[in-house]
Design a protein around this ligand. Structure first.
Ligand code: PGA
Length: 248
């Protein structure tokens, strides 16, 4: 059985003090969570939010990590720097990073391998654009992201995959539960071909893109969907808690 994982992606929202206030509001609401709960916060919020999360059910995540251990990479943060503050998860290859910051399948792969080597759990994002979906390229785009991004991973079940169709992110336009389930099924088969079918059965694959308190139940009821990567709705404690309790 794959354990459900609900992760908030705060993106560039919340100063450290606002972040602390938010997790203090979320923590009591998710004390009884049956799934893994994670908040992926801006790097500079990590120390304060990490402190506030001690003794709660919520794990700490980052939104990016560099692939080198250290060195002349101005503005970047290494896996060991994250680890020292108790970070457990890190989002890699979010479509906003691919779109605005030149992230490629190759750099996604390097970051993923570095995160794994440091003992972090990467949440690796893949997904197609609207044009790619409308021109029937969804599967070939995802296949390439998987082939190149997941290359050289020794134990594939140590990563979490987030399927995030770009056209559904922040747009209020969610993939239908059937669409998301079908595409995640494809992703699992592809991972099975590349690694082994049994390993693919153990990889957790989230859906992301306008998931909210209203639509999470239907999405989460789908057999292939093992969780959610939540942007906008993770910024409000009651909304995020409602998603954590999708089955209640
Ligand atoms: P959204 O963002 O929930 O605001 O659509 C999801 C994401 O980008 O991870």
């Amino acid at each position: 059985m794959r354990k459900t994982i609900i992760a908030g992606n705060w993106k560039m929202n919340n100063t450290a003090s606002q972040g602390v206030a938010l997790v203090k509001a979320i923590a009591p609401l998710v004390e009884d969570a049956e799934c893994d709960v994670v908040v992926c916060v801006p790097a500079i919020d990590i120390p304060a939010v990490g402190e506030a999360l001690k003794g709660t059910k919520i794990a700490l995540g980052a939104q990016n990590v560099h692939f080198a251990e250290k060195g002349a990479y101005t503005g970047e943060i290494s896996a060991s720097m994250l680890k020292e503050y108790g970070v457990q998860y890190v989002i890699i290859g979010h479509s906003e990073r691919r779109q605005y910051f030149g992230e490629t399948d190759e750099t996604v792969n390097k970051r993923t391998l570095a995160a794994l080597a440091a003992g972090l759990t990467p949440i690796v994002c893949i997904g197609e654009s609207l044009e790619e979906r409308e021109t029937g390229k969804t599967e070939s785009v995802l296949a390439k992201q998987i082939e190149e991004g997941f290359k050289g991973i020794e134990d594939i079940k140590k990563i979490v995959v987030a399927y995030e169709p770009i056209w559904a992110i922040g747009t209020g336009r969610t993939a239908t539960a059937e669409q998301a389930n079908e595409t995640i099924g494809f992703i699992r088969r592809k991972i099975g071909e590349m690694f082994c079918p049994k390993c693919a059965e153990n990889v957790r694959i989230q859906y992301g893109g306008s998931m909210n308190a209203g639509n999470c139940k239907e999405l989460m009821a789908m057999p292939e969907i093992d969780g959610g990567l939540i942007g906008g709705a993770s910024l409000k404690a009651p909304d995020f808690a409602a998603i954590v309790h999708y089955n209640k």
